[in-house]
Design a protein around this ligand. Structure first.
Ligand code: SF4
Length: 357
């Protein structure tokens, strides 16, 4: 592989072109209006594996409820998970809470200002530490995410690799990213590269005609992308049990035991023993994607007196009002079902994917 290390002129040109393009074309996203390290941290964690459109809405709600690191540190896990409901990858929220509590217990004034110190906090890896440190504190450290990898590989004509070659390729990509990084504007430069990957150097159809780096790009769209892992299919079934009381309708929810590795502590519709549901009892079928698995879930109307015989014995169960349910830490699937059944007043946006952790 031949990097750009010896070509200082080319590096300077790429920096200039990318930053100029970013200044004119960057999307106006709420976290880009802030230099508050806490706000940038929240956005970076939310943006991992979740679409920008979903994050825009959730980010503002989250910061309205927990405007500072100390307010987050004082929150209960259920309150944090409730705000995270539907974003998926719930472990991210738990780790953020853990890190906020750690900082509060240590009586620190806020997030540490270096990527090395940030990496010591729960849930903050190399990527997130570099993003926070460069954007909020101006540290000259390169960020490499999937978008950056794709842009740099195409720029240099590096092919997708597997096994040991993949590790070598990743090392090259990190080296190149560090060489290209503009030390005078590391935050903007990192965001510019990620933005280019997200809006121009797209995975399937790169928009090379409007790319600021096209003149120096070795592939210009003629580049093999990494093959996508095929989606798997699974079936499941849940009970939708609604009863009416004087104060209004209530829905039966069960809490997933905290001992589970998959979405522990979240609330869901009770799981059915049988995935087959007779047609006249079928309320709806929902497709729900969790990482590389498409779940096809049947929702069956179940009366109160049938619950024991039809459902799998699960965690703690509670009848809750629909208003209370809407504010609880629900699984994404449960929120989707209750929304589609018109039991929630406001239809929240749904993410494409939800992780199980
Ligand atoms: S010219 Fe095309 S392939 Fe090359 S970096 Fe730009 S968008 Fe990507």
């Amino acid at each position: 592989m031949v990097g750009l290390v010896r070509d200082a002129e080319k590096i300077a040109r790429l920096r200039r072109q990318l930053l100029a393009w970013y200044a004119c074309n960057r999307r106006d996203l709420p976290w880009r209006r802030s230099r508050d390290p806490y706000a940038i941290w929240v956005s970076e964690i939310m943006l991992q594996q979740t679409r920008v459109a979903v994050v825009v809405e959730r980010y503002q709600t989250f910061l309205a409820r927990f405007p500072t690191l100390l307010s987050l540190a004082a929150a209960s896990e259920q309150d944090v998970l409730a705000l995270w409901s539907g974003l998926g990858y719930y472990r991210r929220a738990r780790m953020m809470l853990k890190a906020a509590r750690f900082i509060a217990e240590q009586r620190l004034t806020g997030l540490p200002a270096s990527s090395a110190a940030l990496r010591k906090l729960p849930g903050i890896g190399v990527y997130t530490a570099a993003a926070i440190a460069s954007i909020a504190f101006g540290e000259a450290v390169a960020v490499v995410d999937g978008n950056v990898e794709r842009v740099l590989c195409r720029l240099e004509g590096w092919e997708f690799a597997e096994g040991a070659s993949e590790s070598a390729l990743k090392r090259e990509i990190h080296l190149l990213a560090a060489q290209l990084l503009d030390p005078a504007q590391p935050g903007d430069f990192n965001q510019a590269t990620m933005e280019l990957g997200a809006t121009v150097c797209l995975p399937r159809n790169p928009r090379c005609l409007v790319c600021p780096l096209a003149a120096d790009c070795r592939t210009k769209g003629e580049h093999a992308t990494a093959p996508r892992a095929p989606m798997l299919s699974r079936e499941g079934a849940h009970a939708l049990s609604i009863r009416t009381r004087r104060a209004g309708q209530q829905v039966l929810l069960e809490q997933r035991p905290s001992s589970l590795t998959v979405m522990p502590g979240l609330w869901q519709l009770p799981e059915l023993k049988q995935t087959e549901v007779p047609g006249h009892l079928l309320r709806m079928t929902v497709r729900h994607a969790i990482m590389q698995v498409n779940y096809y879930v049947r929702i069956r109307n179940v009366y109160e007196d049938e619950l024991k015989s039809l459902t799998v014995a699960g965690g703690a169960r509670r009848w809750v009002s629909l208003a209370e349910a809407a504010a609880m830490a629900l699984t994404g699937l449960t929120r989707k079902v209750l929304t589609r059944a018109h039991l929630f007043e406001v239809r929240p946006r749904e993410p494409l994917n939800e992780s199980q952790s």
